[in-house]
Design a protein around this ligand. Sequence first.
Ligand code: SF4
Length: 298
Amino acid sequence: MKLLPPPSFKPYRLFSAGWGTQSTAVLVLQAQGKIKPYDAFVWANVGDDSEHPETIDYYNNHIVPFAARHGIQLIERQRIYKGEPITLYRFVNDVQHSMPLPMYFSEGGKGNRKCTIDFKVEVVNRYFKKEVAMSHVEMGIGFSRDEAYRIHKKYPGWHDHNYTRQPNGTWKRGKKLGFWRLHEFPLTELQLTKAQCIKLVVDAGLPEPPPSLCWWCPFQGRSRMLDKKKNRPEMFSEMIRLEDVLNDRYQLLNHNAKKSKRIGFHPDRIPLREMPDQMELWQNFKDVDECDIGICDV
Ligand code: SF4
């Protein structure tokens, strides 16, 4: 039986922000009084060394002053590991003993997106559970109309457990949340596409937001990787180094893995140090922005 809050009860209203285009559009809509306001916009920052630097700059130079001008509360939190905040980059590079990133396996398939759960979803949940400490939360997610296909992945109604969708379409009940949560999608309710979100943001006097994602994210698409190789060589070299570190660890952890088996950031399973420059090779591939939202599709 689903438990609903009593009619007079006012749940906390939290927007889970990633500070890409869609979250910024929701912030603008709230400033313009066009949506039911959120009590706070909560950002699970994966770390200033992990999030794309343009997103960090955009947050500091545009989101923070805009929210202050309109009296909107912003909250920024990080994952806590062994009692201390930790960035995703440090966790991946120095600490992790299993593979938390959705990297591509040379033999096919890819790793789980555990990074999203641990460094974004759980960070927002933890904020609500430990700091707000109320029983019910209405949690806004910034899917635009063109991303509405992602909503079917969200279980409807009030729920107090995590659920994961099984390949056969059923839901498997997971860990208890410790509170009741209802997801809502203000941009799809207003039927706004990503292009309309950009216009809304620009019309409000803000620059177009950069995509919000980790600079090494395997879901960033071929064009962005090529752009990094050409225009951000220091960042691309660091991606190569990280790929090497993770491969060495993968070989150690998977004693049965043959030398030929490897993991990588590139969806075509090309080691980054061998990635060709010719864009023509990729013209037939469609790049996707799977992580271009605050909550990385979970
Ligand atoms: S942007 Fe990519 S690497 Fe970063 S948390 Fe999301 S899925 Fe993981």
